[in-house]
Design a protein around this ligand. Structure first.
Ligand code: FAD
Ligand code: PHB
Length: 325
């Protein structure tokens, strides 16, 4: 049996792009359904971004999503650039007319968005399978998928492909009109989560002959750090002791700064890639966030770009007279 549903905007993906879009549309009175192929627990525990830019922070506050971020997030007014054994502070606050960055992990943002959307009575269907789009050039595009062992046909006025870099939505734009630009970088980042107190009050970006290193944080108890490595390397080649030793070597200073160490609770190697597709709209299908463009994690930018995309998309859908509920 097939279950038939209808919504104004069918949103594929419960990452930052999809969740912010559903919440922004709700503020405009536009109804949406989010479908996500992973479980709620998995979505809310994937470790990714850590840095929120001022625009994202302001939007979360305006949307009434800022309460926990305000309590648990940490505002940084500057960053340190470290080279030749010396640190050089860049005062972001002074250089950007009082702006700052907020350290509040992506999975916490996701948890807040899911809770807020469900509290509003919004629908987020987790663990969907076999997602297929059709009729995207028409004014009644369709998303078909399996949910709870049932076939579902979700008729939409618009579809938002917020399904990340590996999603399916992008494939519905005919190859003949797609232009993609991509670049794979010849270096990767070995990223770890370290159970230890923070080693610094702000992020440290270190340049060293042995390669780049970054000291970031996730909470007062968990620190996030990266070291530049060969993107083809296998994480199995890196013992915890080697990683710590490499961090200490790359971060060394003349004033005997000490890295605070502890158990490594997660480690992986990330490849670095830039990618963008145009157009981001085809008929009644819109792409947003990583589905349309990715930048390497070096810039701490992707989540913020995803949020900026859907901010424009929500406004455009509201102004274009997307039927309201
Ligand atoms: P995603 O977060 O990828 O969400 C897409 C969702 O769609 C996923 O939940 C996925 O399961 C779901 N999906 C996929 N296919 C389907 C399908 N067929 N059907 C249904 N659902 C589907 N950005 C920053 O701004 N600041 C940072 O500090 C930062 N640090 C980073 C550090 C690392 C290590 C990495 C890897 C990334 C970092 N980023 C950072 C980038 C940021 O995490 C991404 O840009 C952001 O997650 C993009 O959001 P999105 O919603 O577009 O896509
Ligand atoms: C992170 O904490 O994951 C992070 C911080 C700063 C960056 C990139 C990633 O530039």
């Amino acid at each position: 049996m097939t279950m038939h549903m209808h919504t104004r905007v069918g949103i594929i993906g419960a990452g930052p792009a999809g969740l912010f879009l559903s919440l922004l549309l709700a503020l405009e009175g536009i109804d949406s359904i989010v479908i996500e192929n992973r479980s709620r627990a998995e979505v809310a525990s994937t470790i990714r971004a850590g840095v929120l830019e001022q625009g994202t922070v302001d939007l979360m506050r305006e949307m009434g999503l800022g309460e926990r971020m305000q309590r648990e997030g940490v505002v940084h007014h500057g960053i340190e650039l470290r080279f030749d054994g010396r640190g050089h502070r860049i005062n972001l606050h002074e250089l950007t007319n009082g702006r700052a960055i907020m350290i509040y992990p992506q999975h916490e943002v996701i948890k807040d968005c899911i809770a807020a959307r469900l509290k509003q009575g919004g629908q987020i269907l987790f663990e969907v399978q076999e997602v297929q789009l059709s009729g995207v050039a028409s004014d009644q595009p369709l998303i078909q998928f399996m949910h709870d062992h049932e076939q579902v046909e979700l008729q939409c006025d618009f579809i938002a492909g917020c399904d990340g870099f590996h999603g399916v939505a992008r494939g519905s734009i005919p190859a003949s009109i797609q232009h993609t630009y991509s670049r794979a970088y010849p270096f990767g980042w070995l990223g770890i989560l370290l159970q230890a107190p923070p080693s610094a009050q702000e992020l440290i970006y270190a340049y060293h002959q042995r390669g780049f290193a970054l000291v970031s944080t996730r909470s007062p108890e968990i620190q996030r750090m990266y070291i530049q490595c060969d993107p083809q390397d296998d994480i199995a080649n890196w013992s915890d002791a080697m990683i710590i030793e490499e961090l200490q070597a790359r971060l060394v200073t003349h004033d005997n700064w000490q890295l605070r160490v502890g158990p490594i609770i997660q480690k992986s190697i990330l490849a670095m890639r830039s990618f963008v597709i145009e157009p981001m709209q085809y008929g009644h299908l819109f792409l947003a966030g990583d589905a349309a463009h990715i930048v390497p994690p070096t810039g701490a930018k992707g989540l913020n770009l995803a949020v900026a995309d859907v901010r424009h998309l929500a406004r455009a859908l509201a102004q274009s007279g997307a039927p309201t509920s």
